[in-house]
Ligand binder design. Structure first.
Ligand SMILES: O=C(O)CCC(=O)C(=O)O
Ligand SMILES: [Fe+2]
Length: 282
């Protein structure tokens, strides 16, 4: 029995008139990563009378819910997708099978490049968890939904995790806020706390398969750290996540510091196709 019922996903449907306005923007893909192009794009979209309202709405929903799904997005137009990401952050190139690119294709490949390019379940996690400062905003634009029952997005806020730890007595919270853990990345491992608070928001970094108690933690603290790590793992597994089925035209914006995300598995032959963008902190 889950300790709390999950909230439903926070959604905003774009007004048709705003979509038409965005459809006219076509910057060259190779230019979209530059900060000058992004600044020019922001200047132009802000001429739309409702843009600043959208800006405020998206930011407040990210603060309140850790995510927002924009619906009715013209997802085949890269410029429109980048413009909508700019409501929350500034997308930067990331490593893809084709080198450093703004868009990472999340789809099942015969020869997977990473977990994202398999059809496997992705357990709840935060992206770039082993980086000193993880990316702040993550965007997933759905070009093609899974035609079957799979590929559902799962979401779990750090605030619900902390509340559940506290409901169970709270004795592990301090340990989880200590720099006693190690998250292995592709290049090196980072010694870090797993929970912290920033500007009144509950934050987390988490990759279940890559987190351990750091081997250099003093022996006196190792037992406390290990118990806290198992408690966190157990709480994450016990809470029912918000589940959302991305449809073509959805743009899921996530605050990668305050919410975990994942997906359920789908058929390897599925045409499910998302495009991922990442925004480092400003
Ligand atoms: O496929 C998904 O829905 C999520 C993908 C993901 O978490 C990622 O690429 O980081
Ligand atoms: Fe992810």
């Amino acid at each position: 029995m889950p300790a709390t019922t999950p909230p439903s996903a926070a959604t905003v449907r774009l007004e048709a008139e705003l979509v038409t306005y965005l459809e006219d923007f076509r910057f060259d893909e190779s230019l979209l990563a530059s900060s000058q192009t992004q600044a020019a794009l922001v200047r132009r979209v802000r001429r739309h009378p409702e843009w600043t309202v959208m800006e405020r709405l998206v930011r407040s929903m990210l603060n309140q819910h850790g995510h927002v799904v924009l619906q009715g997005v013209p997802v085949d137009n890269d410029t429109a997708v980048v413009a909508l990401c700019l409501l929350a952050g500034s997308p930067q190139p990331q490593l893809t099978p084709d080198g450093e690119r703004l868009f990472f294709d999340v789809r099942s490949l015969a020869t997977p490049y990473s977990m994202s390019t398999t059809a496997d379940e992705l357990a709840l996690h935060t992206d770039t968890a082993s980086c000193t400062t993880p990316d702040r905003v993550l965007a997933l634009a759905c070009r093609q939904a899974d035609p079957g029952e799979g590929g559902l997005s799962t979401l779990l806020r750090a605030g619900r995790i902390r509340a559940e730890l506290e409901r169970r007595g709270g004795e592990h919270v301090h340990a989880l806020e200590s720099s006693w853990f190690s998250i292995r990345g592709s290049v090196s491992a980072l010694r870090t706390p797993l929970l912290w608070r920033a500007y009144g928001l509950d934050c987390i970094r988490w990759r279940s398969d890559c987190v351990t108690v750091d081997p250099s933690v003093e022996p006196a603290c190792r037992h406390t750290a290990a118990a806290a790590l198992s408690a966190l793992r157990e709480v994450i597994e016990s809470l029912a996540p918000t589940v959302y089925r991305l449809q073509r035209g959805d743009l899921l914006l996530l605050d990668n510091w305050t919410i975990l995300h994942g997906r359920t598995e789908f058929a390897p032959t599925s045409q499910r196709f998302l495009r991922r963008l990442r925004c480092p902190p400003v």
